[in-house]
Write a protein that binds this ligand. Structure first.
Ligand code: GCU
Length: 343
């Protein structure tokens, strides 16, 4: 804990200095409203995946396209591997304007803005097509993405992060009864905590960076994530049974500090926004291929994938939908909006 704080403070210090330099360079340019030729900016973007992860590939594409679209007037430098902190840390850095951008899971954002809860609601998306359609077209998503402006950040794009399922050291999970007494790591999201309770397990929230060691040491009995957790994050070395509960599709979200965003010219904003949209689109294929490879690699690591009948889990999670909708009108409106995208 202490180490984390010190690290976080050090990261804040380094970033503040570099951001000040960037602001200095930018201040000579025309104002954002003019859409004119603001001076070149270089934005720092942090995320927690390794460099061989498909999301890193697509963030490098974002970086390349931003530079191209802006004729070099806007650049994005990507810092992978959680080197600037875990998701909670980098969200705080972006909110305070110390870091320009981050790619984080929508579940991590729920601790900062309760409107993000809907993305963690189990089985809120009924298929990949439904999920993609909502993420690309829904007004509710745009409202949630823009809704945090006064809180220091906005979301300007999303990346497919697949479906999440339960994996354990060696136990196949076929029904909520199988989860009884099992400590399952979840993201630091209140909805994900309630989800594991409803699915019969004992939720253990922790940051992603702690999961491998916790599995290895038996602090937790299992976790839940997409297949890249087994390979890119090596969890398949210590967890050998992956059961397709497919309980969530939680998007990865690209956030940018309001402070920095408002300093950019309209042209720079558009260059980044277009790059985000294009890299989100191309990421869908990048992701699909990566998952196919991940499954093969995991099997070579000795992981068994179990296809199960999900109905008992869907039924167990259903009351969460009712509680969510009954909680407030905004929730009910967003829920209805998501469902309206079912084809
Ligand atoms: C996914 C997601 C990460 C997140 C992780 C987690 O891998 O892409 O951003 O940190 O889930 O379970 O914490």
């Amino acid at each position: 804990m202490k180490m984390k704080k010190i690290f976080s403070m050090a990261a804040t210090g380094i970033l503040s200095i570099s951001l000040l330099a960037a602001c200095g360079a930018n201040s000579g340019g025309e104002s954002a409203e003019s859409g004119g030729s603001a001076e070149a900016v270089s934005l720092r973007l942090a995320h927690n995946q390794p460099e061989d992860h498909p999301v890193h590939t697509s963030l490098m594409e974002l970086s390349k396209l931003t530079e191209e679209n802006s004729d070099g007037n806007a650049k994005i430098e990507v810092f992978p591997n959680g080197q600037l902190g875990q998701e909670r840390d980098v969200i705080e850095l972006v909110k305070s304007g110390t870091l320009d951008m981050a790619k984080v899971s929508a579940s991590a954002l729920e601790a900062f803005d309760s409107n993000y809860a809907i993305f963690s609601l189990p089985y809120v998306f009924q298929s990949k097509e439904h999920y993609h359609h909502v993420m690309d077209n829904s007004e509710a998503v745009q409202e949630i993405f823009q809704g945090t402006k006064d809180d220091g950040y906005v979301a300007i794009g999303w990346y497919d992060a697949g479906q999440r399922s339960i994996y354990t050291a060696d136990k196949k999970v076929e029904s909520p009864a199988d989860m009884s007494g099992m400590k399952i790591r979840v993201q630091e999201s209140p909805t994900s905590i309630s989800m594991i309770e409803a699915m019969g397990g004992a939720p253990t929230p922790m940051s992603y960076g702690e999961v491998y060691t916790s599995l290895q040491q038996g602090v937790i009995d299992g976790a839940e994530n997409n297949e890249t957790a087994l390979t890119n994050s090596k969890h398949g070395e210590v967890a050998k049974a992956y059961s397709y509960t497919e309980h969530q599709y939680v998007p990865d979200v690209l956030i940018v500090s309001t402070n920095m965003w408002d300093k950019l010219s309209e042209d720079q904003q558009k260059a980044i926004q277009d790059a985000a949209a294009a890299s989100s689109e191309s990421h869908k294929d990048v992701w699909k291929t990566a998952i196919e490879e991940s499954i093969k690699t995991s099997e070579d690591m000795g992981v068994t994938f179990y296809t199960i009948d999900k109905q008992a889990f869907i039924d167990a999670a259903a009351p969460l939908h009712e509680t969510f909708k009954a909680d407030n009108e905004t929730n009910a409106k967003y829920f209805e909006d998501f469902q309206s995208h079912l084809e």
